[in-house]
Each structure stands twice: as structure tokens, then as C-alpha cells.
Design a protein around this ligand. Structure first.
Ligand SMILES: NC(=O)c1ccc[n+]([C@@H]2O[C@H](COP(=O)([O-])OP(=O)(O)OC[C@H]3O[C@@H](n4cnc5c(N)ncnc54)[C@H](OP(=O)(O)O)[C@@H]3O)[C@@H](O)[C@H]2O)c1
Length: 188
């Protein structure tokens, strides 16, 4: 199952991440060196540049990469919203608005700013809150051939209950089968 039909801009709220096979979107200490510099899927960046109307993130991700000009390697520009409980100590940046409000209100603000295009939620924490409130429409993941064992999980909800999903680019209930082989580690 490898359907990479381009996404369309339909005013959706979506999570878009590169993820390790074991479910991490960042390594320990927010390490990102396990991710390749560029995606090997042709047209992916152009697809997201075309369909993304606004970005909604969290304060930790912003503080780690506080550069609105770096989204999709600088190819995307648009409104960025960052949820934080302390907007007063955030460094102002062009096109970036710091929000201290309910996630539903934040998604509403981002959706209006996206003007019919999609709102990309670039935060595991914010996405989890939106999922709990039924406010996340889709999850688009690029699963990379690596195991991290520790770090920031895409979905972290200890003691939580299962969240059922339907596959969008295939039979909704399809499970997929992947086979990997372990390769020699470098730099260990
Ligand atoms: N693999 C990928 O494709 C990819 C893409 C993007 C990001 N990432 C990674 O994701 C990680 C960041 O995600 P994260 O989940 O650790 O942190 P995050 O969501 O960026 O930030 C969490 C912080 O956002 C603020 N926040 C969250 N919800 C809020 C709410 N409802 N109201 C007010 N403030 C709220 C809080 O900060 P305060 O309380 O301090 O204000 C919270 O501690 C980074 O390591 C980044 O590299 C990976």
C-alpha cells in the first residue's frame, strides 16, 4: 500500500509528521538528526506549500526552531500561531502570533487565517488535545525506517483509551505489513 495521491486544500486540520517506526517525532532532547535532510517523496514539499494556509504549533517546538522563514525550507510563508501559557516572554517574529487560549479557539483562529486551505498542526501536544476534542481531521505520516526508543511521541496519552482511525488512502480498515532488516549502526 503506497498511495501518495497529492493532498488537496480543503480547510482541514491535520497533523503532518515524519515519524520513526516506533512512533517518535523527535528523539531524546528533541534530537532530529535521525531525519533525512530532504524527503525522498517527489513533490511533497510543493504539495504542502500549495495546500497549507496556516500553521498551529506549540511553544516548545517554536522555541527550538524560532524561524518562520524556515518552514518547508523557506518555500512556505503564511500565518503561524503558537500556543503558549506565557506569550509575554516570546520574541516577536513576523507572521507569528502567540496565543494563550483554548485549543478550540486557537484552531478557529488558524482556520480563519488559512482562508479555505488546510491548517497544519506541527505539534504532538496540540494535536493530542485537538484529537480529544474531535477537532483534528486527518493525520499524514511519513514513517521512516528507524527505531528511536525514546523521545517525543506522536501520541502520548498514558492510561488513555484507544483512538480508532480509518485509513484515508486505501481500504479504511486495512492493516499494512512492512518488513525491515536491521543494518549496522553508525556513530554508536
Ligand atoms: N518529526 C516531525 O516531522 C516534526 C515536526 C514538527 C515538530 N517536531 C518536533 O515536535 C517537538 C515539539 O513538540 P512538543 O509536543 O514536544 O512541544 P510543543 O507542542 O511544540 O510545545 C508544547 C508547549 O506548548 C504550549 N501549549 C500546548 N498546548 C497549549 C494550550 N492548550 N494552551 C497554551 N499553551 C499550550 C505549552 O507551553 P508553555 O506552557 O511553556 O507555554 C506546552 O508546554 C519538537 O521536538 C519538534 O522537533 C517534529
Amino acid at each position: 500500500m503506497h498511495d501518495t495521491t497529492p493532498r488537496t486544500a480543503e480547510g482541514k486540520v491535520l497533523w503532518h509528521f515524519s515519524m520513526s517506526l516506533d512512533g517518535y517525532v523527535a528523539g531524546p532532547g528533541h534530537r532530529m538528526d535521525w531525519m533525512p535532510e530532504a524527503t525522498n517523496r517527489p513533490g511533497l514539499v510543493e504539495e504542502y506549500v500549495r495546500t497549507t494556509g496556516a500553521i498551529l504549533g506549540g511553544r516548545d517546538g517554536w522555541d527550538l526552531f524560532p524561524d518562520p522563514g524556515a518552514v518547508y525550507g523557506g518555500a512556505w510563508s503564511g500565518p503561524i500561531f503558537v500556543l503558549t501559557h506565557h506569550p509575554e516572554d516570546a520574541e516577536p517574529a513576523d507572521g507569528v502570533r502567540f496565543l494563550d487560549c483554548d485549543v478550540a479557539e486557537a484552531v478557529d483562529i488558524a482556520r480563519r487565517a488559512a482562508a479555505g486551505k488546510n491548517v497544519e498542526v506541527l505539534s504532538p501536544t496540540v494535536g493530542r488535545q485537538l484529537l480529544a476534542r474531535g477537532l483534528l481531521d486527518e493525520i499524514d505520516l511519513h514513517v521512516l525506517p528507524v527505531l528511536l526508543g525514546d523521545g517525543v511521541r506522536l501520541y502520548d496519552d498514558p492510561g488513555g483509551s484507544p483512538v480508532p482511525l480509518e485509513l484515508v488512502n486505501g481500504d479504511p480498515v486495512e492493516e499494512f505489513n512492512v518488513r525491515y532488516r536491521a543494518v549496522a549502526r553508525t556513530g554508536v
